[in-house]
Ligand binder design. Structure first.
Ligand SMILES: Cc1cc2nc3c(=O)[nH]c(=O)nc-3n(C[C@H](O)[C@H](O)[C@H](O)COP(=O)(O)O)c2cc1C
Length: 240
């Protein structure tokens, strides 16, 4: 053990930190985006909004996957081999960015939305399926303007160690904002959705190359040195 607590600090300097960032040219492959929404019903405005995000991001050149939450069991900490659970976890591993769209229900994100995140562990061994991904949060609601679900998803994004972008979208009275085909009607709300997708797209292109250096933590490096590995995240340990 060092005598003085500061002797253990990592040797960061401005020069060494700048040198640790990945160099240009930045990789040009299409950013891989996973879109999640939080409703199981057939006519779902959160799904329509999620599909709108898919369309916009695809036009920008992203590779986008929309996960259908129907058939995903309620999180039980054990059914990790079910096809629907595997599909969700593999998509998260594959992704470089997420878009989360939840309805507001009783002033909160829906259970159907939260359940999907509960299936994504913070880490399984060396793999952290969400850490360092960029994240955009959006909500639909039936009432007048509200931000409860997006606020909660921001907390959740922090917990999953994601880079949640500053802009966000909340679509009130969602039943008025989509046409018969489920397309979003032209409005300032739709403009805002494009703003949010544009910011996510840019942030993802910039940050994805730097994830390792941005997410390395002093305390975890210390843990790795002392234990040889990270402690398993809550919920994945065999004896919990
Ligand atoms: C049980 C229940 C609770 C709801 N609570 C709220 C609420 O707190 N605030 C609000 O603005 N809308 C509320 N709504 C309206 C939903 O946000 C709205 O119906 C939304 O379109 C549902 O999402 P979906 O279309 O993707 O299924 C609630 C709806 C239900 C069924």
């Amino acid at each position: 053990m060092p005598d003085r607590i500061d002797d253990d600090l990592p040797p960061h300097t401005i020069e060494s930190t700048l040198a640790s960032f990945a160099r240009t040219p930045l990789p040009t492959h299409p950013p891989r985006v996973l879109v999640l929404y939080g409703s199981l019903r057939e006519k779902s405005f959160s799904r329509y909004l999620a599909e709108e995000c898919v369309r916009v991001l695809t036009r920008f050149g992203a590779e986008v996957r929309l996960f259908d939450p129907r058939g995903l069991p309620v999180f039980d900490r054990q059914s990790f081999d079910l096809p629907k659970v595997r599909e969700l976890r593999e998509l998260s591993d594959w992704s470089e960015a997420h878009v989360w769209v939840s309805p507001e229900q009783h002033g909160a994100m829906t259970a159907a939305f939260k359940n999907q995140i509960d299936w994504l562990p913070l880490n399984t061994g060396a793999v952290r399926p969400t850490q360092g991904r960029t994240l955009a949060v959006l909500e639909v609601s039936g009432g007048s303007q509200s931000f409860n679900a997006v606020n909660q998803m921001r907390v959740l994004g922090r917990w999953m160690r994601m880079f949640t972008i500053p802009n966000q979208s909340s679509v009130p009275k969602a039943f008025d904002e989509f046409d018969q085909e489920g397309r979003m009607k032209p409005s300032s709300y739709r403009d805002r959705v494009v703003d949010v997708m544009e910011e996510l797209f840019r942030m993802t292109l910039l940050l994805r190359t730097q994830v390792d250096v941005l997410t390395t933590r002093y305390s975890e490096e210390k843990e790795r040195r002392q234990l040889g590995a990270l402690k398993p995240a809550l919920g994945v340990g065999p004896k919990e």
